[in-house]
Design a protein around this ligand. Structure first.
Ligand code: HEC
Ligand code: HEC
Length: 458
């Protein structure tokens, strides 16, 4: 009997989702979702709370704690801190700049690789697929060696050359992290087969502190980066510290030492002699060559190296960028046009709502509209053809639906920054999005204009 009652109750709650009241622990979908063609739908969410200023934190963190985390994100690192031997920039905040610290950026990174019989090879033995664009150069090493780190170059073996990756925005990243896998999986099931996306399940190499459902090596749906290749912000932090800045770190998870991010980069695959990789000193209990870490993991310790923990905190609590004012009629006409052109098939016009008690500490029951399904789509000729070792050609054509919020802060669009306005970005879409490009071109001038205005209001 009690079971029957609870079923009736959960059904009633499901209806309540539409009026904005949420099932405890559930993850609702707002009612103004991807509607049928011609159904009027507003581009912006009436529910998404508006931050006053880009760069503000979400509720749930003190101003002092957020400021401290942000300071670490902006800190410029040097040779003695472990910068290098090769790197792209000296601070996270040097790239993520547009709108506020943590925004998108104009830096475009470079990747290369090759196909052998239709199978992707990252050329990791030649320093691929990421080519770091700077070197610490000539310096006196830790033990007075005369060091000179060469600049990484694109090796002649590369057939996929010089592929760009633009710096993406981090506003609202903690909310995206809080989306349960099941919601992203349901996004795929709901899509028509012609545009159905692919769920990118990836191993968690560094779990979100406080999320007991994650362990090292467990699988979670990837959602960060142009290829949705990473599932957690703390892992992205350690990865970026290593790959963007050359700073190696060691962490403890449940008593086990995590050394995945503890090996110095090798320019074009050639390891620099110890002491010539940089002048980071590491510390007691930290493996040789590791710039910073937490040391012994005895006693079941879970601890993230402090810089990485600060980056994680900053990004987790960085709020979505504020929307700008828009005439409600334009908002409705623009959203409807966006929906009719099929854009909302991937850039979902639905509200996501965080679970009641998100494991990463962001506010529960918080509504946001990132306009992405967080799935991978075949982008045809737009794709960068970069993948992981062993990927098929088709796999390297997959790109994550880019979230469409904070667009008014951006000066470059698409994974390689090739577009500088929305219309050009639309026309570069290919593959699964080609029909949508044609539908956009067929819109009336008034609908197009309303759509672009609505898109630039967020
Ligand atoms: C040289 C410029 C540069 C620096 C420095 C840099 N990033 Fe990034 N960041 C990028 C680029 C480029 C991307 C897109 C990467 C991709 O998907 O290939 C990115 C993406 C990200 C993302 C994924 C966001 C999303 O869209 O899903 C996170 C998180 C991130 N960076 C965090 C950091 C942190 C933390 C640091 C400092 C340790 C950092 N970044 C330093 C350029 C940079
Ligand atoms: C089949 C799924 C799909 C459809 C349909 C689609 N997009 Fe996209 N969109 C993507 C993907 C994937 C990317 C990332 C592409 C890349 O840069 O490699 C993207 C990127 C973008 C970007 C660039 C965002 C950024 O951060 O640089 C804009 C703007 C955009 N889409 C707008 C639209 C509009 C407007 C429409 C409708 C005319 C549309 N898209 C239709 C999947 C789709």
């Amino acid at each position: 009997m009690s079971r029957v009652i609870s079923r009736v109750r959960s059904q009633a709650s499901a209806f309540a989702v539409c009026s904005g009241v949420l099932i405890a622990g559930g993850f609702g979908v707002g009612c103004a979702t991807e509607g049928d063609d011609n159904e009027p739908v507003a581009f912006t969410s009436a529910e998404q709370e508006i931050t006053a200023v880009a760069g503000d934190p979400l509720p749930g963190i003190t101003a002092a704690a957020f400021a401290e985390a942000k300071t670490h994100f902006q800190t410029v690192e040097e040779l003695d801190d472990g910068l290098g031997p090769i790197f792209n920039e000296k601070a996270c905040g040097n790239c993520h700049t547009q709108g506020a610290t943590g925004g998108a950026g104009v830096q475009i990174e470079r990747r290369f690789g090759r196909f052998d019989n239709g199978i992707f090879n990252t050329l990791s033995n030649k320093g691929g697929s990421l080519r770091q664009l700077a070197t610490v150069g000539a310096f006196t090493g830790l033990h007075n060696e005369s060091c000179n780190v060469p600049l990484e170059v694109e090796p002649p073996e590369a057939t996929i050359k010089n592929r760009g990756r633009l710096t993406t925005p981090l506003f609202g990243a903690g909310l995206i992290e809080a989306i349960p896998d099941s919601v992203i999986i349901a996004n795929a099931s709901a899509q028509p087969t012609s545009i159905r996306g692919i769920v990118n399940r990836v191993p968690v190499l560094l779990p979100t502190p406080g999320d007991t459902t994650q362990t090292v090596g467990s699988t979670r749906v990837g959602r960060f980066g142009w290829k949705a290749g990473i599932a957690t912000l703390v892992q992205f932090s350690a990865d970026a510290y290593l790959n963007e800045m050359g700073i190696t770190t060691q962490h403890c998870i449940g008593g086990n030492s995590v050394l995945t991010f503890a090996t110095e980069s090798k320019p074009n695959g050639i390891a620099q002699p110890a002491g010539c990789d940089d002048r980071g000193l590491g510390g007691a209990g930290i493996p040789a060559g590791t710039d910073d870490g937490v040391g012994s993991c005895a006693g079941g310790l879970t601890e993230i190296q402090d810089d990485v923990a600060f980056f994680n905190t900053f990004m987790t609590f960085l709020a979505p960028a504020p929307r700008t004012a828009i005439d409600p009629n334009i908002n409705l006409r623009g959203g409807t046009a966006f929906n009719n052109a099929g854009c909302a098939g991937c850039h979902l016009l639905k509200d996501y709502v965080t679970p009641a008690h998100p494991a990463n500490g962001v506010p529960g029951n918080f509504t946001f509209r990132p306009r992405s399904d967080f799935l991978l789509h075949d982008m045809g000729s737009l794709a960068d053809m970069i993948g992981n070792d062993g990927d098929t050609v088709a796999r390297t054509r997959l790109m994550r639906t880019a979230p469409l919020w904070g667009l008014h802060h951006r000066t470059k669009l698409l994974h390689d920054g090739r577009a500088s306005n929305i219309t050009d970005a639309i026309h570069a879409h290919d593959g699964q999005a080609l029909a949508s490009v044609h539908a956009f071109d067929a819109l009336s001038a008034g609908d197009k204009s309303a759509m672009l205005q609505a898109m630039l209001s967020d």
